[in-house]
Design a protein around this ligand. Structure first.
Ligand code: COA
Length: 563
């Protein structure tokens, strides 16, 4: 079928649905919902059999939904309506939530129901739930709805609050007052729920050391205590605030003031000198964590949004080196629950006095980490991608000896979308090594997401398994332990291959070549990378849909190059 995605952005959920539908032979073209005129034009150009709206922030124009079936993905249970579905589900401590696929109609979210899927709630941020449970449920429900549409004759179920399975209700947008933290009364669980209900957007508005700012990236602290509301410690950019029954770490803040920089940054950086009197202390929660089980080392790195700053790369490299000194034979690089890695930290680069210099430092720190993994011959390294990875984050994973991903993971193994960035992280060595030169060119040039199953078929990764996080983690443990006995043989093979590769072309040459291109991106006459990064960090709305996504706007046909 010809399907048109009408969407606010090509975000993680849209990318996953795109992969599932194109993987089933459908032709999916994408149009960003910029204006009614643009949407109407896209429909006229693509003449789709079906319109799917994976992520919309406003209603579809009446002319479109009156003439075509438009399926809206709503992140709420049957009957739930309104713009803050997940926010309310977290605030109200719902035990079960869901996704409903409904037909666009005159009243927002009140159209007939095509399909729905529910899931048990998890104590996590809104964006974490969105990227994991909501995406899985949306995939199930959209595939079911598209299947029904294809068969024909299906009559969607009109919304009827008298039905026992329609438990939702209309709820207005959450206001800051609805989730304001009362530090003298709210316990840790409540504080976390309030912050998580607004993370990644819009954040909970609060005051920290006299500064009005939005809070993000909160984790519970079990050891440190203090006067409720007070900042009692800071560590690696995070701040710790006491609650009535414990404390919470807050990783990121965004200033409320309109003055620069109005984007999220590590909390300690935003507060700067105001933290002077606060002690630096480690607590029970850490972004980098190492554990061992049955002879396998597991290195977790839970970096907010998968962005890896220079300092984080350096700390991770240090933790990695320590892990390689342990008496283990296999190390699993586990990344974070939400993301494996999204490469260099664009927000911190944007905030730097010299973004070009900071880009340079950051990419070199990433490269040092990749090099350390590539050079390891004491341990077998497994990259285990529970969450998505993008740009340099994908190539960081490819440095490992085995690369496995959770089945639902979406990879974006390309840099070009960031203002034609050339990229480094030894990708010119790592990618052709796995998929061959021609495919490497297609993958990086197409700028399209690659699903875990497709990535396995392409040879980009070795395997994918686990329909949920727990299943994946379990599979990774089994894999790591099963490899233990073969480690000496596998390492001997690795040494021999590395030696041959080094003779053909030293890693230092790959690095120098890539960095020569990156230097042009950072310091050259063409400012594309700096402009793209500014737009990305400042969330400048799209003014058009890129041609590689909008097939209907391509001159000379609809086809994408197949990989
Ligand atoms: N640096 C800083 N922040 C980043 C980031 C990076 N490298 N990659 C993602 N983020 C942030 C986004 O700004 C967003 O922030 P928010 O919490 O304020 O909304 C959040 O992570 C999620 O990103 P989003 O784009 O909404 O997620 P997605 O799953 O829809 O898309 C990517 C994932 C990877 C396609 C997209 O985030 C991306 O293109 N990132 C940039 C990758 C890159 O070019 N890295 C630099 C070169 S190595």
């Amino acid at each position: 079928m010809k399907i048109l995605f009408l969407t606010h952005a090509f975000n993680s959920l849209s990318q996953r649905l795109y992969l599932e539908l194109t993987g089933r032979g459908h032709e999916v073209s994408i149009e960003f919902d910029i204006s009614d005129a643009v949407a109407l034009e896209a429909v006229a150009m693509h003449r789709p059999d079906l319109i799917v709206a994976p992520f919309l922030k406003r209603a579809i124009h009446e002319k479109i939904w009156r003439e075509q079936v438009c399926l809206i993905v709503h992140p709420g249970i049957r009957g739930d309506r309104g713009p803050s579905a997940l926010d309310w589900a977290i605030l109200n401590d719902e035990q079960e939530w869901g996704v409903t696929v409904l037909q666009a109609a005159a009243e927002m979210d009140a159209g007939s129901i095509w399909a729905s899927a529910n899931f048990p709630m998890r104590a996590a941020s809104k964006s974490s739930l969105y990227r994991d449970e909501v995406t899985e449920a949306a995939t199930t429900a959209v595939l079911e709805a598209v299947g029904k549409f294809e068969v024909g004759n299906f009559m969607p179920e009109p919304l009827d609050y008298a039905q026992p399975d329609v438990r939702g209700q209309w709820r207005p947008a959450v206001r800051q007052e609805d989730r304001a933290i009362d530090w003298l009364r709210d316990n840790t669980a409540t504080v976390l729920r309030k912050i998580r209900s607004a993370d990644g957007f819009p954040g909970v508005l609060d005051e920290v050391l006299g500064e009005a700012c939005y809070l993000y990236n909160a984790h519970s602290e079990t050891g440190l205590r203090g006067v409720p509301g007070e900042v009692i410690a800071h560590c690696n950019g995070n701040i710790c605030r006491a609650t009535v029954d414990g404390a919470v770490w807050i990783g990121h803040l965004k200033m409320k003031q309109e003055r620069e920089p109005p984007f999220k940054l590590p909390a300690a950086m935003v507060l700067g000198k105001k933290l002077a009197g606060v002690t630096e202390a480690e607590g029970s929660w850490r972004d980098i964590r190492y554990e061992e089980k049955n002879g396998v080392g597991y290195l977790h790195f839970e970096f907010y949004n998968g962005a890896m700053s220079t300092a984080q790369c350096e700390r991770l490299l240090q933790a990695y080196r320590e892990a390689t000194r342990r008496d283990t034979k296999v190390i699993v690089l586990a990344g974070g629950a939400d993301f494996w890695s999204n490469g260099i930290h664009l927000n911190l680069i944007e905030a730097a006095d010299s973004p070009a210099d900071e880009s340079w430092r950051n990419i070199n720190a990433m490269n040092d980490l990749v090099l350390a993994i590539l050079a390891t011959d004491s341990h077998l390294i497994i990259a285990a991608l529970q969450g998505n990875a993008g740009a340099g984050g994908v190539f960081l994973a490819l440095a490992a000896d085995r690369v496995v991903a959770r089945k639902g993971v979406v990879l974006n193994p390309h840099y070009k979308a960031m203002g034609n960035l050339y990229g480094s992280e030894y990708w010119t060595y790592l990618l052709p090594r796995r998929v061959g030169a021609e495919r490497a060119g297609e993958i990086t040039g197409n700028r399209l997401p690659v699903g875990a199953t497709q990535a396995k078929q392409l040879g980009l990764i070795d395997d994918c398994f686990g329909s949920d996080a727990a299943g994946f983690r379990c599979g990774v443990e089994v894999l790591a332990e099963s490899l233990l006995a073969d480690v000496p043989t596998l390492l001997a093979k690795k040494r021999a291959e590395r030696c041959l590769d080094e003779q053909k072309k030293p890693l230092s040459v790959y690095r120098a070549e890539e960095l020569a291109q990156m230097k042009r991106n950072f310091y050259g006459f063409d400012p594309s990378y700096h402009v793209a990064r500014y737009n990305f960090v400042h969330k400048v709305p799209h003014s058009r849909t890129p041609r590689h996504l909008a097939l209907h706007r391509r001159i000379g046909g609809n086809r994408r190059s197949q990989i």
